[in-house]
Design a binder for this molecule. Sequence first.
Ligand code: DGL
Length: 269
Amino acid sequence: MDKRPIGIFDSGVGGLTVLREIIKKVPAENLLYFGDTANFPYGTKKLEDVKMFVFKIAEFLYSRDVKLLVAACNTASAAALDDLRSSFNIPVIGVIEPGAKAAVKVTKNKRIGVIATEGTVKSAAYDKAIHKTDKEVSVFSRPATLLIDYIEKGVLDGRQLEIAISECISPLVGQDIDVLILGCTHFPLIEEQIKACCNDGFKIISSAEETAKEVARILCLQNIENTSGVRASMVFFETGFQSRFLEIGKRFLGDDIKEIIRVDLGAQT
Ligand code: DGL
């Protein structure tokens, strides 16, 4: 029995999509969520800079005695997952491998599309993760910076968003993909709108659910589950002053999110 919390982080609201799946899968686990809204977006920054932000967050969460860390951000996973694993003596789970594995299982024609941040696309992290499982799969990746910007600003529907989705996805449709990976944790927030644009032409994989399964698997394997059966507590932190985190979080999580504690990471180091 281990009541210590799980730490989950992202550059903003995207990781809430992973948090929601974790709540469904392991409802008794206490959770700390960290949105680095002051440094959003990660996707257009150098991976080295992202790594620096990620280490500050990891240290912050580690100092609050987390038993497991979830990099609920593809860009952060691409930039720092291996280094986090070798620097902290707790399990660290990223979102790229679970999504890549799920997509390889589902594709029939071995043509997989990925929409992600510029940083994730440039890192080729999905190509590597997919080819680890199956070398014969062709991967077609597209950066989707505009969509991520809209989501973080709270634009979760409307004509403007539909146009941006279809501009981003059309070239992938032209590549005859049969699976699309939502390679940024922000995208499940507009999954219905993305589905509407793809006309059932391909399957959509979001790594949130797969990542939650991995969290449950590791907790059990390491014997660090919270078996209290009591509904868990959740605490939310962010770094930004003027973000729409609370408003978007409430739309997505309802009453599960009541307040957000502001943290100055500069002062933490
Ligand atoms: N949610 C983050 C991801 O999965 C990225 C958003 C950003 O650009 O900060 O990559």
